[in-house]
Ligand binder design. Structure first.
Ligand code: AHG
Ligand code: MN
Ligand code: MN
Length: 357
């Protein structure tokens, strides 16, 4: 198929069209996609990969670290440190920012990544992924510290994820649309198969970990209640749910057929305002979702506008089809104004106050 557009070819053509072509960014993205191919290969080998019997460890977040989390982290570091485009990296699996070794040249970019998202799914052979966010290093900074990564998501130069499922895919935004590439394993190249991905504005599908219901805030409870009442409830339509426990897979589903994904603020662990991490989960996914015509909010603020305060900071996430995210934002606003979210009349049963759109 000589006319097929590979990831590298796409990048070169895209940068040529741009006002300020940036070969450094092209080279960095090529390193990232190579890392994703190695991870795809490692993941697909399952227990055949690496020394058997490696114990699970605990990462800086206090979470169980699977051997493949560590392997995927190493793969990204080793593939991206030497090219001369980066001056630092942060990862879910590393306590502190990773400094580029002195023998390698420094570049203008910073990389934040989640090497293996959804890794609790690894042992059951379900879809997992890698999430990445590219920022500019502040001018004159050669040895970045944590504070240099604390830039709002609006500053991202590029964001993407790789998905390791029945096929492996790489989905990328450079700030002008979202494009999906499928790994052609015979050729060894990510190949453009999903140009200009677009999230439908409306949806009847939502994803949330329902076992946390007792910890949710009233606006989220209200929203989910209304959805599960289906046709008989205030929404007047039946909803469907999905929960894969792998953000990459949820976001990918939403890019393909619409939907809403939430890991909202809850009171389960009061010290943690959410489950997902801002720098390498929420921000890159929010940029992708917005670029595909969807929306991403904490419920109270656009995710991309949040000023980070820590490299492993967690944040509530509500993202996907625009109409549903906007509805949830309205419910949060009403709640914060002290308005009751529902009224009950004997005539109309339970009705929502927010029936618009
Ligand atoms: P990670 O595997 O990188 O720690 O992230 C998993 C995240 C995310 O992918 C998913 O949406 C969520 O955690 C799943 O949470 P539950 O364990 O509550 O289902
Ligand atoms: Mn993750
Ligand atoms: Mn992870």
């Amino acid at each position: 198929m000589p006319h097929r557009t590979t990831f590298s070819k796409f990048l070169i053509a895209d940068r040529r069209r741009s006002a300020a072509p940036d070969n450094e960014l092209v080279a960095l993205l090529n390193d990232v996609q190579r890392a994703c191919k190695f991870i795809a290969a490692a993941v697909s080998r399952g227990k055949l990969e690496g020394p058997g019997g490696l114990p699970n460890r605990v990462n800086v977040q206090g979470e169980e670290q699977k051997p493949l989390d560590v392997i995927a982290n190493e793969i990204v570091l080793r593939n991206c440190e030497a090219g001369g485009q980066l001056c630092g990296m942060v990862s879910e699996e590393m306590d502190e920012p990773f400094g580029i070794a002195p023998d390698y040249p420094r570049g203008s970019y910073l990389l934040a990544f989640d090497p293996l998202d959804g890794s609790s799914n690894i042992d059951i052979d379900m879809t997992v992924g890698t999430i990445f966010s590219i920022l500019r290093a502040p001018q004159g900074v050669d040895e970045p510290t944590a504070e240099h990564f604390l830039q709002p998501g609006t500053q991202q130069v590029a964001a993407g994820y790789a998905l390791y499922g029945p096929c492996s895919m790489l989905v990328l935004t450079l700030g002008a649309g979202v494009h999906g590439f499928t790994l052609d394993r015979e050729v060894g190249a990510f190949t453009l198969t999903h140009p200009d991905m677009c999230i439908p504005e409306a949806t009847c599908e939502f994803a949330i970990n329902a076992s946390n219901e007792r910890f949710w805030e009233p606006p989220v409870r209200q929203y989910v209640q209304e959805c599960i009442q289906g046709k008989a409830g205030p929404r007047g339509v039946d909803f469907n749910t999905r929960w894969i426990a792998s953000m990459v897979a949820e976001v990918h589903r939403i890019l393909i057929r619409g939907g809403l994904f939430m890991y909202p603020r809850d009171t389960k662990a009061p010290a943690k305002p959410g489950r997902l991490r801002l720098l390498y989960e929420a921000n890159p996914m929010a940029m992708i979702v917005e670029q595909a015509g969807g929306a991403a909010s904490t419920g109270r603020e656009r995710i991309l506008d949040v000023q980070p305060t820590g490299i492993h900071q967690r944040i509530p996430v509500i993202l996907g089809s625009r109409h549903e995210v906007e509805r949830l934002v309205r419910y949060h606003e009403a709640h914060d104004r002290g308005e009751a979210l529902v009224f009950t009349t004997p005539l109309f049963n339970t009705r929502s106050l927010f029936l618009t759109a």
